[in-house]
Design a protein around this ligand. Structure first.
Ligand code: ADP
Length: 191
């Protein structure tokens, strides 16, 4: 199986690049942000509870997202591989993911990080907020809080995977097509 993590701060372009990669490599896309928004749209209890964290720009509790990812993987057991987008976001999530993949007799193939500076991210997210309708893209304060959560809780994951020689950073500024080529180059080097 080819199991990729697309890593990076909010607004780095993970969703855009995931869409291209799932088509090229025939992978299943797991975006915990999308799964949480779908729960909210369906009006489930989980969705309503998660929305309280999302609206403040805070991370949703680990147990909630880990359970969602487990369900998704179990219902797509036939997949050729997965792209994890927005997950894992904490060290406990990364450890849980390793354990889940182990149960599938597989592991993370590589972690590709999209590197973009904070000012550019805030600009992109405020622009996206004009059309996305996302509660967490509306104010600069919420966006900066998401970035703060990223630095405190998510960035340590980079070290977790660097220690396993699985992390590769890529410049996330530039044309979508060029960034995609750069990602494919790394994927093809192990695939
Ligand atoms: P972005 O990367 O642009 O912030 P996402 O759609 O990935 O957008 O996530 C939106 C929000 O959903 C996050 O700010 C957080 O509140 C919640 N969320 C998504 N994935 C996770 C996760 N793995 N752990 C905790 N919270 C999450």
């Amino acid at each position: 199986m080819l199991n990729l993590i697309l890593f990076g701060p909010p607004g780095a372009g993970k969703g855009t690049q995931s869409e291209k990669l799932i088509a090229t490599y025939n992978l299943k896309h797991i975006s915990t942000g999308d799964l949480l928004r779908a729960e909210r749209q369906a009006g489930t209890e989980l969705g309503n509870q998660a929305n309280e964290y999302i609206a403040k720009g805070e991370l949703v509790p680990d147990a909630v997202v880990i359970g969602m990812v487990r369900n998704y993987m179990q219902s797509h057991a036939e997949a050729a591989g997965f792209i994890f987008d927005g997950f894992p976001r904490t060290i406990p999530q990364a450890e849980a993911l390793d354990q889940m993949l182990n149960e599938f007799n597989t592991s993370i193939s590589m972690v590709l990080g999209l590197e973009v500076n904070e000012d550019e991210l805030v600009k992109r997210l405020l622009l996206r907020g004009q059309t996305s309708g996302r509660v967490d893209d509306q104010s600069e304060e919420t966006i900066r809080n998401r970035f703060h959560e990223y630095l405190n809780k998510t960035l340590p994951i980079q070290g977790y995977y660097s220690d396993q020689n699985k992390y590769h950073g890529i410049n996330g500024l530039g044309e979508i097509g060029e960034i995609n080529s750069e990602l494919c180059k790394w994927i093809d080097s192990v695939n």
